[in-house]
Design a protein around this ligand. Structure first.
Ligand code: ADP
Length: 439
């Protein structure tokens, strides 16, 4: 970028210098031409006043000065020329300066000389008696004027170019300085004077940077948590297995230890399943297949699936509402219903109630999972959607929780563009509402 800006600046400078030089040369040549013509005019007007005898005398003097004087009659016939014998000269009435003088009193013309590097300047005036006196002088043509001026112009151009190169370098450096500083301090939030135009760009980059750092932190934390969570059941499996292996457990004990192994293995499986599911959901790249589903039907199916579990926890499970359609991914919605309903059963009290309801509210379809369970204290309500966050660790584990259920729910809700609301008070129960757009 720096080199590009520098190159553009140099290019602009070169073009500017070139154009200025060309313009200056053209202006100078114009001034030069006008000056010669003005001199010739003065000379011609001067001759206009002279008598024929004086004219001959002046003509001889002027020849030495390189000025040619020609006297013509009103028909253009040459009467006198201080350079050539007038008898040999052709009629001049068609020459532009003569014709102009005959018609308007004064006339001028520039004609290229035999050689390219010279031009002849002519100025003619009409005398009182109708004759015409014409003064001519040779001067440098535009080409030789330019070639004469070129070395000087080149020098000036070269000096200007050098100055512009230096200036371009300094300006580019100054221009880029804030950007360089910004790159160094992108992450640390240091305030740096920069360009107003870069503000949105910097804001986006800073936000992305903060997101990346936060994501890395969460990922690291998650990995540490996963390791810890997997270690616990594996350690107990290993312990039970060792006891059986060494023959320390016999008969009834062996069966008990095997039960422990079975339970820990189940726990491991659940954990691994949830971890895989979460990482699939994290992988937000591919779009999930969606279809039109009747959410109430799905809620009823979920309640049937969890019937046995509810009975085991001595919790009554009921469904209500009306047929409501949304657009979504069936598998994800099944998981969402399952996780919410499963929590409502597991964190309930004996003889408690879980009610699954699907209703239409305006252009929304609202799924409500209400329980009369233990509730969630206010200070935990924000955090229970975090991975592995549990209010009561032992209760979660003893009921087969992994601490990932609500994190999965949160993901699925986001994927469906839905909204999640939680209301809970300890000892009274919890209500979770998911608001979908109706289809
Ligand atoms: P877990 O597998 O531990 O149930 P979740 O992510 O599903 O993990 O829930 C996180 C925590 O939120 C649970 O450990 C529990 O403490 C609390 N929780 C979730 N749902 C309820 C509910 N319906 N009633 C009371 N507490 C709940």
């Amino acid at each position: 970028m720096k080199r590009r800006i520098n190159a553009y600046m140099v290019l602009v400078a070169v073009l500017g210098i070139g154009a200025t030089m060309a313009l200056l040369a053209a202006i100078f040549y114009g001034v030069f031409r006008r000056q010669i013509m003005a001199d010739l005019r003065i000379c011609a007007l001067f001759l206009q006043e002279e008598s024929p005898e004086e004219l001959l005398l002046t003509g001889t003097d002027m020849r030495e000065e390189g000025v040619r004087i020609t006297l013509l009659d009103s028909q253009g016939k040459v009467l006198y020329d201080n350079r050539t014998d007038s008898v040999d000269m052709e009629n001049h009435s068609l020459r532009p300066e003569v014709r102009q003088a005959l018609e308007q009193g004064e006339g001028q013309a520039i004609r290229r000389s035999a050689t390219l590097d010279k031009s002849t300047f002519y100025y003619a005036v009409k005398l009182a008696d109708g004759r015409v006196v014409r003064v001519a002088a040779e001067a440098e043509s535009v080409y030789s004027f330019l070639s004469g001026a070129l070395p000087g112009l080149m020098w000036v151009g070269a000096v200007l170019l050098l100055l512009s190169l230096l200036l371009a370098h300094c300006l580019t450096k100054r221009l880029m300085e804030p950007i360089g500083k910004l790159t160094d301090h992108l992450g640390d939030g240091t305030e740096i004077a920069h360009y107003e135009e870069l503000e949105p760009f910097i804001r986006t980059i800073r936000k992305q940077h903060a997101d990346i750092v936060e994501n890395a932190r969460l990922r690291q934390e998650f990995t540490a948590n996963v390791t810890h969570e997997l270690k616990t059941p594996l350690t107990s499996i290993s312990g039970y297995a060792e006891l059986i292996e060494t023959g320390m457990a016999s008969g009834e004990d062996a069966a008990r230890f095997a039960g422990g192994i079975h339970q820990s293995a189940q726990r491991l499986l659940r954990l691994i399943n949830d971890i895989i599911r979460l990482s699939e959901l994290d992988d937000s790249g591919e779009e999930q297949m969606t279809e039109r589903v009747n959410l109430r039907e799905m809620a009823v199916a979920c309640a049937e699936m969890l019937d046995v579990s509810a009975a085991r926890h001595r919790v009554r499970l009921e469904t209500g509402g009306s047929d409501c359609y949304i657009r979504g991914n069936r598998i994800m919605l099944e998981e969402l219903l399952y996780n919410l309903c499963d929590n409502a059963i597991r964190y309930n009290v004996e003889e408690g109630l879980v009610r699954l309801e699907v209703c239409r509210e305006g252009n929304r379809v609202v799924l409500t999972v209400r329980d009369t369970g233990i509730g969630i204290p206010k200070e935990h309500q924000e955090r229970i959607f975090e991975r592995f966050y549990r209010v009561d660790r032992s209760r979660s584990k003893s009921t087969g929780g992994t601490g990932l259920g609500l994190a999965i729910v949160k993901h699925i809700v986001a994927r469906h563009g839905a909204r999640l609301e939680l209301e809970s008070s300890p000892g009274q129960g919890t209500t979770v509402r998911v608001l979908f757009a109706a289809d």
